[in-house]
Design a protein around this ligand. Structure first.
Ligand code: PLP
Length: 755
């Protein structure tokens, strides 16, 4: 018995039934902290340090209760006291220590690493505000700092501190830790977040997210991805990255020594996985520490480092492969700049004249991915197609010299959060039919036996309807938004980026609007839901948000159309919102331009929760289609080979597509008088011009096929039982996309941790 009432009395001198949600949250937080603080850490000679600029962990209460085996008991006690975990969790602040898929992947990985009993911690920064909080005003994106640290948190302050020697000053770090209990393991790992005591939120200008970028002592860990559109912003990012990895490297070395390493054998004790290029400075930093602090000579230090560090590539978008001017690195940490120059010289000597694999280019710009590939022992892509594109195109020059370093690790998601905690009814449905072994071994294929079981299908249909009710209530309670609970729920939630093609779905909405105006009424009303943030400096992405918000208002005010079509843009999309949206979705929009989405993980969450996917042949969509079968998914659009060729030959002409009879009126509507009534002419004209003249991510190329496939999907939704049968087939085949499978592959091929 947990005796929550005794705890409530001791803490607040009241029984649970008289506490506010915030007070109950505090009681449960303390309970979980007490339990996990008493648990032993996973052990093993070799330890993994998963370094990432982002950990999008979401709220932790439900997930932790679940992993500790306390979920049912707490839920029952709360129910007996007239409340629920969902209500109590509203009092928990979600730390936005991440930006999107990459950060969420890191969080799912921590859950799986702990659940598999592996010795591995996450290492990152304790941003005081994380990413900005998004809200909408006048149909535009606005920003607020997101003050998660003002609330009770899961952070434990440790007494670990290191000196980080920047060129102009040295700063002392403070380490905060969050316990990560594995599912049913009785052990924990940790997420270790470094910070500075001197950081000062007062320097943020009132009513904005601006601050003095030069005041490093006071600003270092204020925000994730501070604006880098000027040099001071660039320098701040380098300060952040170096601070993160210097601490991580010192921690890894110190703990290795404590476990018995003599430093020469460091690679037997430590493996560092760097999540994208942001932590790449860990390579020169390890070399610096080994040579200056531990007395190792330079050649051996390079060799040791090379056996310790492994790199995950997350993108082939050229603008996202990080490059820093050597002079900026020199300004922040001269010693690191000098080591990078020495590393570059070695590459030059080994591969003379091979400019494509150089670390420092002719303009004295440092290519971070090049450091990671030359001086790490492993590089992996995150979906089969992505890894092939890396090998054959983007990183082909590296693949030719180091074929043995390349491998694929298709991303995954933790089913504990994305099914058990966020969709308890579906989870119960599965338990009732195939037992609970899937909680730790994510094979759901036994569900296929129920494909033609009408009772099971009706049950599944009812669960989806209940989740839609819960979403409708949530949107109403939190935002005053009213949606039709019986409409088809069609969802695109992810960062706003032209390559993800939210603008293509917006053009489809214009098509559907005109169809309904012309009397073609949908059999079932349609609700299309968007969610996602645009980078503050990304103008076209903000224009796309504006277009969608203006369309939403136009449709809302059109009484001919409003009963049949509704467009919702959920502000401040985050993990908690995803946990409401995904269980309720009928349709998952995965419509990126082929070759551009490295993997995607949102696609996996929807599949697992029984949505049917409209997809392009991109990222892990390709593998989802393989697992589920083409009859149970809706593919469309050009292949990645075709797209790669178009780019290579500079052969895409948006005007050709714009002039097509079905397309022109849709694009022209962006600058129509009707829409102008709800829009800002400057934004709409800029977007129109961009789509008609440039359309770099080719929204128009697949638009006609997209319209056709969407019409087909909506019409097939009318056969609810067959739809639900295919929904079941999707769920049953989702097992491959468990992060446990992904982590087992990392461990077998890269980390080699014993347990
Ligand atoms: C899963 C997830 C993502 C990644 O979504 P993609 O569709 O793969 O881009 C981004 N943000 C949040 C909050 C998520 O949960």
């Amino acid at each position: 018995m947990l005796n929550l009432n005794e705890r409530a009395q001791a803490q607040f001198e009241k029984p649970i039934s008289e506490l506010s949600n915030a007070e109950i949250y505090k009681v449960l937080l303390d309970l979980v902290q007490e339990k996990t603080n008493a648990m032993p850490a996973n052990q093993g000679k070799r330890k993994l340090y998963y370094i990432s600029a982002e950990f999008l962990i979401g709220k932790l209460l439900s997930n932790n209760l679940l992993n500790l085996g306390l979920y049912d008991e707490v839920a029952a006690e709360l129910k007996a006291n007239g409340t629920s975990l969902a209500e109590v969790e509203e009092a928990e602040a979600e730390p936005s220590l991440g930006n999107g898929g990459l950060g969420r992947l890191a969080a799912c990985f921590l859950d799986s690493i702990a659940t598999l009993g592996l010795n591995g911690d996450g290492v990152g920064l304790n941003y005081h505000f994380g990413l900005f909080r998004q809200y909408f005003e006048n149909n535009e994106q606005s920003y607020e700092p997101d003050e998660w640290l003002d609330h009770p948190t899961w952070l434990n302050k440790s007494d670990i501190s290191y000196q980080v020697p920047f060129g102009k000053f040295t700063l002392n770090s403070t380490l905060y830790e969050i316990n990560v209990p594995g599912y049913n393991q009785g052990t924990i790992n940790k997420l270790r977040l470094f910070d500075l005591d001197s950081v000062n939120p007062e320097i943020i200008e009132e009513g904005s997210i601006d601050f003095d970028k030069t005041d490093i002592k006071e600003n270092l860990t204020l925000f994730l991805y501070p604006d880098d559109s000027d040099r001071n912003g660039n320098l701040l990012r380098i300060y952040q990255q170096y601070f993160m990895v210097s601490n991580a490297a010192q921690l890894a070395i110190q703990e290795a020594i404590e476990r018995g390493s003599n430093i020469h054998d460091l690679a037997d004790y430590v493996v560092i996985q760097i999540n994208d290029t942001h932590p790449t400075f860990v390579i020169p930093e390890l070399i610096r520490l080994l040579t200056t602090v531990h007395g190792i000579d330079f050649d051996e230090a390079v060799e040791i480092t090379q056996n310790v560090v492994a790199f995950t590539n997350h993108t082939i978008l050229a603008e996202a492969l990080e490059k820093w001017p050597l002079s900026d690195i020199h300004e922040v940490v001269p010693e690191i700049a000098e080591i990078i120059v020495a590393l570059d010289e070695r590459v030059d000597a080994a591969f003379p004249g091979n400019a494509a694999v150089a670390i420092i280019d002719k303009r004295d710009t440092v290519h971070m991915a090049s450091i990671a590939i030359h001086y790490g022992f492993s590089i992996n892509g995150v979906a089969a197609l992505h890894t092939e594109i890396l090998k054959n195109n983007e990183l082909n020059h590296f693949y030719e010299i180091y074929p043995e370093k390349f491998s694929n690790k298709t991303n995954g998601i933790t089913f504990r959060r994305w099914l058990m905690a966020s969709n308890p009814e579906l989870s119960q449905f599965i338990d009732d039919r195939i037992g609970t072994r899937w909680h730790e071994d994510a094979d759901l294929t036994d569900l296929l036996a129920f494909e033609n079981d009408e009772e099971a299908l009706l049950d599944l249909l009812r669960i989806k309807e209940n989740n839609k009710e819960a979403l409708a209530d949530h949107l109403h309670r939190t935002r005053g938004i009213v949606i039709d609970r019986h409409s088809i729920i069609d969802v695109q939630i992810k960062r706003i980026h032209e390559y993800k093609r939210q603008q293509m779905l917006a053009l489809y909405i214009i098509y559907k609007y005109h169809q309904i105006k012309a009397g073609h009424i949908p059999a079932t009303p349609i609700t299309i839901i968007f969610g996602g943030k645009a980078a503050p400096a990304y103008t076209i992405a903000k224009d796309i948000i504006h277009l969608i918000l203006a369309l939403s208002e136009l449709i809302e005010n059109d009484l001919d159309v409003a009963p049949y079509l509704k467009v919702v843009f959920v502000d401040n999309y985050n993990v908690s919102e995803a946990e409401y949206l995904i269980p309720a979705a009928n349709i998952s929009e995965q419509i990126s331009l082929a070759s551009k989405e490295a993997s995607g993980t949102g696609n996996m969450k929807f599949m697992l929760n029984g949505a049917l996917t409209i997809m392009t042949w991109d990222g892990a969509n390709v593998e989802i289609a393989e697992h589920v079968g083409e009859e149970n998914i809706y593919p469309f659009g050009k292949s990645s080979e075709e797209i790669v060729d178009l780019y290579a030959n500079n052969a895409y002409d948006p005007q050709y597509y714009y002039k097509q009879e079905r397309i022109k009126p849709l694009v022209d509507f962006i600058i129509s008088d009707e829409l102008a009534a709800y829009g800002i002419p400057e934004r709409l004209h800029r977007l129109y011009k961009d789509i008609t003249n440039k359309d770099y991510f080719m929204a128009l190329i697949d638009l006609e096929e997209f319209i056709d496939v969407k019409e087909k999907v909506y019409s097939e939704y009318e056969d609810r039982l067959d739809w639900t049968r295919r929904s079941l087939i999707n769920i049953a085949n989702a097992g491959f996309f468990s992060a446990d499978r992904t982590i087992e592959e990392y461990n077998k091929d890269i980390w080699h941790l014993e347990n």
